[in-house]
Write a protein that binds this ligand. Structure first.
Ligand SMILES: [Zn+2]
Length: 52
């Protein structure tokens, strides 16, 4: 049995919105790493359509 502590450690602290620092409803797809709120705001600038 081996537990990958590295991944666990990495997972913590990395999942934060890089825009507001929150960790709610974080969107990791597209390597955005921003929360849903900020995503909707920046989506316009990025070129994404409405989310949700
Ligand atoms: Zn945010």
């Amino acid at each position: 049995m081996q537990v990958r502590n590295e991944e666990k450690y990495k997972g913590k602290g990395t999942r934060k919105c890089r825009t507001c620092g929150g960790a709610r409803a974080l969107i990791r797809s597209h390597n955005l790493y921003i929360c849903r709120k900020c995503f909707r705001e920046s989506a316009q600038g990025i070129g994404f359509k409405k989310y949700g």
